[in-house]
Design a protein around this ligand. Sequence first.
Ligand SMILES: NC(=O)c1ccc[n+]([C@@H]2O[C@H](COP(=O)([O-])OP(=O)(O)OC[C@H]3O[C@@H](n4cnc5c(N)ncnc54)[C@H](OP(=O)(O)O)[C@@H]3O)[C@@H](O)[C@H]2O)c1
Length: 288
Amino acid sequence: MPSPEPRTVLITGATGGIGRAAARAIAAQGHRVILVGRSAAKAEATAAELRQATGNPAVDFLVADLSSLAEVRRLAAQVLERCPQLHVLINNAGAFFARRYVTAEGLEMTFALDHLSPFLLTNLLLERLQASAPARVVVVASATERNAKLDWDDLQMARRYNGFQAYANAKRCNLLFTYELARRLAGTGVTANALHPGAVATGIWSRPFGPLGFLVHPLTRLAMRSPEQGAETVVYLATSPEVEGVTGRYFVDCRPRYSSRASQDPEAARRLWEISAQLCGVTAEPNA
Ligand SMILES: NC(=O)c1ccc[n+]([C@@H]2O[C@H](COP(=O)([O-])OP(=O)(O)OC[C@H]3O[C@@H](n4cnc5c(N)ncnc54)[C@H](OP(=O)(O)O)[C@@H]3O)[C@@H](O)[C@H]2O)c1
């Protein structure tokens, strides 16, 4: 069901997979959509395609490599400059890395891209979201968070790296972050919810050198959801009036579900928030 009035929606990872499908559906509802992509050419082409496909001229793009905290900061500054109002932030960009990479800023890539980037982007845009309330933060997590084993002394897995474990851990971090954010935003008119999109046939399964690409036989991909199906819960949480005011929940198939018990531990969430804030140089602690 379309929302009554057009909203401004920022979505990361919108040049492919679930993010692109969600951006298209949200643009088709008539909202202003700002896509974030890491390649200017791809982001520009995607925005043009979505404008044409939906007939909505209000589809724009910004460019940032979200594995870099400096780029996240630059992106946030551009958003604040361009968007006097921001009603929905969708933290969707994410990736799996079979091998351990360290970013130029000295951070393990999965932790930086899948967790610290949405943490920092959200924090930098919080004031604008609050000023635009009612507003929503949507975090694309994953059911694989159940396989997480967070080592608080080695969150970036310097001692022993395993791509599957790093990805599951980052997705657990997505949930701990979302729940803590919802607690901190209580009463502000900004909600925060996370979701699992299902197993979706997207580029994430075919990263170069990744064992996932090898393991996922083409026939298995056929059994997976399409990006459009995977985007359904993203779109629901971003725009449906049904979830107005709903916060601190985890959704699968547009229904609230329980994530793992460990992901609901408020002490762990607070601890992760403090570590992340320190790593990102975030000082403001709204409603802490
Ligand atoms: N697919 C699934 O089965 C599944 C299941 C559970 C959760 N998820 C989650 O769903 C989200 C979307 O994934 P997807 O399946 O749609 O994967 P995808 O097709 O690989 O899309 C990922 C998106 O993130 C962008 N991205 C990757 N690295 C980036 C970086 N360094 N800076 C900026 N953007 C970057 C990609 O940009 P490019 O176009 O430039 O590559 C792309 O737009 C992820 O958070 C993923 O963890 C997926």
